[in-house]
Design a protein around this ligand. Structure first.
Ligand code: NAD
Length: 211
């Protein structure tokens, strides 16, 4: 599978990991790194790194390696992080509150502007100083605050209906934590998150080692 620019989907899926490692190197004031050293650090082959990064014009120089800051900035542009995103979260329960309290999103350009919940007991509550609003305000809030992404942490049975509303109100991307597929038009992006998948992966690997 390729994306719109002919870059294999598998490469795109590896980019956040490059981005994370380069961010750590940058935070530690490392200016440049060879593909060999990056390969040891990330536990992937140097040739994979070169192949992956060649899709974006390389960024490496013979005998010099990669300029960490430059590569970090270029990858951040590819990931769309040079633009700020305005988010709302719907479903201020256990998971929703934990996500709002996780401040790192903000420092990476994902600004949570509003929180919505159907439960009148939750409305008015402040989570990290952001008030929980009633669903009746959803449409005007999205419009007035130029919101592009919605985080969905509602029960599975509610998710499809809410996603339909979000599409109607002009949301461009849905980060969906409810364990159900959403039915949205092609110009709206959804990414489903399943924490349990990674737990199953862990279980599989423990099992494999025991055998
Ligand atoms: P929760 O019951 O604590 O929270 C759900 C919240 O959604 C509640 O505050 C409720 O009032 C609100 N809500 C219900 N219907 C609504 C509607 N129509 N409009 C607006 N708000 C509504 O549940 P939780 O533990 O936070 O889990 C939330 C969702 O995330 C569930 O679907 C759960 O299965 C899922 N979940 C996913 C993962 C994952 O890895 N993807 C992990 C944990 C939980």
């Amino acid at each position: 599978m390729m994306d719109g620019k002919g870059i294999p989907r598998a490469v795109i899926e590896r980019l956040p990991r490059y981005f994370r490692y380069l961010g750590d190197l940058r935070d530690n004031h490392v200016e440049r790194i060879s593909s060999q050293d990056l390969s040891v650090l990330m536990q992937v082959t140097a040739s994979q790194i070169r192949q992956d990064l060649n899709h974006f014009g390389g960024f490496g120089q013979q005998g010099y390696g990669y300029n960490v800051n430059f590569l970090y900035t270029e990858i951040s542009k590819i990931l769309g992080l040079d633009k700020k995103h305005r988010l709302i979260l719907i479903g201020a329960g256990n998971l929703g509150q934990a996500l709002v309290n996780y401040v790192t999103f903000e420092t990476r350009g994902f600004n949570i502007r509003g929180i919505f919940d159907i439960d009148p007991k939750k409305q008015g509550l402040l989570i990290r100083n952001i008030p929980v609003l009633p669903m009746e305000e959803l449409q005007s809030f999205i419009r007035d605050n130029d919101i592009d992404i919605a985080v969905l942490t509602v029960p599975k049975s509610e998710a499809v209906g809410i996603a339909e509303l979000l599409v109607k109100y002009g949301i461009r991307g849905i980060w969906n934590f409810a364990h159900t597929d959403l039915n949205v038009p092609k110009d709206v992006v959804t990414v489903n998150v399943h924490l349990y998948d990674s737990l199953l992966n862990l279980s599989y690997q423990i099992n494999e080692r025991e055998e």
